[in-house]
Design a binder for this molecule. Structure first.
Ligand code: F6P
Length: 370
C-alpha cells in the first residue's frame, strides 16, 4: 500500500515528535501549524506520543489556537516516546514479549485519517524509522532534533544550544562549591556516543578536564593534572565527563538496556566511577553531579526557537513541493533538504583533531590523553 499522492494537491499534513524530548520541539510544531494554515490553507493533524500514536491510532487536529504561546515552552505538546518502533514493536503474548513489524498498521492509520504526508521531528532513531517508512511509500519529511548534536547531515540540530546553556550554567554554579571547599567536582553530561555537550560546556565553563567518548582517557594523566594544580595552590578542579567517555582500553558504562527502543543502550554512571578513582589517587575530596534530564528540560534558548521555527517552515515548504524522503538541515546560514538516507548514515562525532579540541588544549584543558 502506498500513501503517496501523485499529482494531487496536498490538503492534510501530519506531524509527530519522536525520541527524547528537547527544548525547541514546540517551536517546530508551532511553525508547521502556522505555515500550513496561514500560507497554504492546509489542515494539520498531530500524532500523539511519536510512533506510538501512529501505531495506536491516536491523532488530533491542530489549529492556530493550539500553538499559541508555546514557542517558549520546553517539551512537546504532542508527547513523545523513544520506545515504539513500528518495525520492531513490543507486544505481550502470555508471559512473553515478542517484537512485530506493525508498519502496515501505520500505513492504514495514515490513510484512514486522510494524511497525505507526515513531518517527523526526531533524532537518529526517529529519523531511521522515518527513512524506513519513506521506503515503504509514506510521504515523509524529517526534522533533526537532539541535544546530542550527533546528526551528521546538519551543522547543528535544535535542542543542542539549550542543553549546552544548561550545562554551562551548571558548571558556573558548581565552581562556587569547588572553590569554597577546595574540591574536585566531576560533572557528567548526556550526549550518547558524541562528546559535543561535554566539550562545548567544558570550554565555555572553564573546566580543567574534559573527557569525551572520542578520546579515551588515562586516569594517571587526569590525576597528574589535578595534583599539579593543587601543588600550585589551585586546590579545586572541575572535570566534565560525557556519559559515553571511556578509559583507554576500557568500555563505556552502560546503565540499562531498553529492548523496545530504537537505540537500546542507555549510558550513565561513568562520572561516579571516575570520581572514586580521582579521590583515591589524589586524596582530594571529590563530588559528582550527574546533570541527566535537566539538559533536556526548560525553555529553549533564542537560537533553538529560531532554528526550530526555520526547520518547521522549511519542512512545510518541502511537503507542499512534494519533495519527500528529505530532512531539513542547517548548512552554514542556509536551510537545505538532504535525503533521509544521507541524514542517518553516520553519527556526527567530535574529531580529536578538530579546531575546538586544539583550542581547548592551547588553553591548558586536559582530555586525559597527553
Ligand atoms: O538522545 C538524547 C538523550 O538524552 C541522550 O543524551 C541520553 O543518552 C538518552 O537520550 C537518555 O534517554 P532516556 O530519556 O530514555 O533515559
Amino acid at each position: 500500500m502506498r500513501v503517496i499522492l501523485v499529482d494531487k494537491k496536498l490538503k492534510r499534513l501530519g506531524i509527530l515528535t519522536g525520541g527524547g524530548d528537547c527544548p525547541g520541539l514546540n517551536a517546530v510544531i508551532r511553525a508547521v501549524v502556522k505555515t500550513s494554515i496561514l500560507q497554504y490553507s492546509l489542515e494539520v493533524v498531530g500524532v500523539e506520543d511519536g510512533y506510538a500514536g501512529l501505531i495506536e491510532n491516536r491523532f488530533r487536529p491542530l489549529n492556530l489556537n493550539d500553538v499559541g504561546g508555546i514557542i517558549s515552552q520546553g517539551g512537546t505538546i504532542l508527547g513523545t516516546s523513544n520506545r515504539d518502533n513500528p518495525f520492531h514493536y513490543a507486544e505481550t503474548e502470555g508471559e512473553k514479549t515478542i517484537f512485530k513489524d506493525v508498519s502496515e498498521k501505520v500505513l492504514k492509520n495514515l490513510q484512514n485519517h486522510g494524511l497525505e504526508a507526515i513531518i517527523t521531528v526526531g533524532g537518529d532513531g526517529t529519523l531511521t524509522v522515518a527513512k524506513q517508512l519513506s521506503e515503504k511509500g509514506v510521504s515523509v519529511i524529517g526534522v533533526p532534533k537532539t541535544i546530542d548534536n550527533d546528526i551528521s547531515a546538519t551543522d547543528v540540530s535544535f535542542g543542542f544550544d539549550s542543553a549546552l546553556t544548561t550545562a554551562t550554567e551548571a558548571i558556573d554554579k558548581l565552581n562556587s562549591t569547588a572553590i569554597s571547599h577546595h574540591r574536585v567536582i566531576v560533572m557528567e553530561t548526556m550526549g550518547r556516543y558524541a562528546g559535543w555537550i561535554a566539550l562545548e560546556a567544558g570550554m565555555a565553563g572553564g573546566a580543567e578536564v574534559i573527557l569525551i567518548p572520542e578520546i579515551p582517557y588515562k586516569i594517571e594523566i587526569i590525576c597528574d593534572k589535578i595534583k599539579e594544580r593543587s601543588y600550585r595552590g589551585k586546590r579545586f578542579s572541575i572535570v566534565v565527563i560525557a556519559e559515553g567517555a571511556k578509559p583507554a582500553g576500557g568500555e563505556m558504562t552502560v546503565q540499562r538496556i531498553v529492548a523496545e527502543s530504537t537505540d537500546q543502550i542507555r549510558l550513565g554512571g561513568v562520572g561516579h566511577k571516575l570520581a572514586q578513582e580521582i579521590e583515591t589517587r589524589t586524596q582530594l575530596e571529590t563530588r559528582v553531579t550527574v546533570l541527566g534530564h535537566l539538559q533536556r528540560g526548560g525553555s529553549p534558548t533564542p537560537f533553538d526557537r529560531i532554528l526550530g521555527t526555520r526547520f518547521g517552515v522549511s519542512a512545510v515548504h518541502l511537503a507542499v513541493q512534494g519533495n519527500f524522503g528529505q530532512m531539513v538541515a542547517l548548512r552554514g546560514i542556509k536551510i537545505i533538504p538532504v535525503p533521509l538516507s544521507e541524514a542517518v548514515s553516520t553519527l556526527r562525532r567530535v574529531s580529536p583533531e578538530c579546531e575546538l579540541i586544539k583550542a581547548s588544549k592551547s588553553v591548558g584543558i586536559c582530555f586525559g590523553d597527553e
